[in-house]
Design a protein around this ligand. Sequence first.
Ligand SMILES: NC(=O)c1ccc[n+]([C@@H]2O[C@H](COP(=O)([O-])OP(=O)(O)OC[C@H]3O[C@@H](n4cnc5c(N)ncnc54)[C@H](O)[C@@H]3O)[C@@H](O)[C@H]2O)c1
Length: 289
Amino acid sequence: MVIKKVGVIGCGLMGHGIAQVAAQAGFEVIVRESAQEPLDKGLGRIGKSLNKLVEKEKLTREVADASLARLTGTLELADLADCDLVVEAIIEDLAIKSDLYANLGKLCKPETIFATNTSSFPVAEMGAASGRPANMVGLHFFNPVQLMKLVEVVRTPETDEAVYAEAKAFGESVGKVPVAASDTPGFVVNRLLVPYMADAMRMVERGDSTPADVDAGMSLGCGYPMGPFTLTDYVGLDTTLSILEGWHERFPEDPTFVPPQILKDKVAAGKLGRKTGEGFFKWEGDKRA
Ligand SMILES: NC(=O)c1ccc[n+]([C@@H]2O[C@H](COP(=O)([O-])OP(=O)(O)OC[C@H]3O[C@@H](n4cnc5c(N)ncnc54)[C@H](O)[C@@H]3O)[C@@H](O)[C@H]2O)c1
């Protein structure tokens, strides 16, 4: 593997997890945030997560300390210029991401591999923005990164095969199982999952069932850990709507991407799921009321 130094951009929910697993795997990691406050918060989260692993005796104090010692934070994008791999996990906004990739393309060394953690945008568009489409892949991790074993490794038609192989090897080296995916909406998992969630909503809209019955059916009948409505409440109704709207705009002929009215109505009413205390169900913290 040629990857030794890894840059992570964005130290939020996903970025802090990606930085942590990379540092634990022995990579030198530099994390870039847009301001000091989210940087301190993200690095603090990593420290807490490592401490928890030590408390649970899943990690020794020495290994946790060595992982932290391999991690640095910065506000300067230029500090990532000599990274072998840059994993971007900033907010889901294509204009902001494209702008970032244009800057990375100007300042990183020619062989730097660019990997986006986007859930819903075409990886190729960010590759084009960087001016180095052959170096661009998707590395789509799952939340929480420290626990979830999957990473989708996304290739575009322009991705160089050696770059793809390196990205896949990186995924393995941070303890994940890489799954090959094409640069299509939702890659593998969300392409199946999000239309399924929307279909469940349409079933309720037609009056064929209720959210509680659909969830009980899918949990007990299929062995799913949670049904589609509980899952939507976890993901956030606003996030689910924004994914469907983006896909529907790009592929208006696909009926599975049409945002259900019930979803639009709930988002308009501020019922965004667990985070607002109500979505399809009412919530008290992490528990359904
Ligand atoms: N949340 C999930 O379950 C999940 C799962 C898989 C993929 N993703 C994807 O991961 C990415 C990040 O999502 P998240 O949930 O971690 O978001 P988040 O809001 O928790 O974190 C984003 C972070 O990026 C920072 N940021 C914004 N612009 C920046 C810039 N120009 N430079 C550096 N930092 C910048 C913000 O300060 C913030 O801390 C998105 O593309 C999202 O679609 C999210």
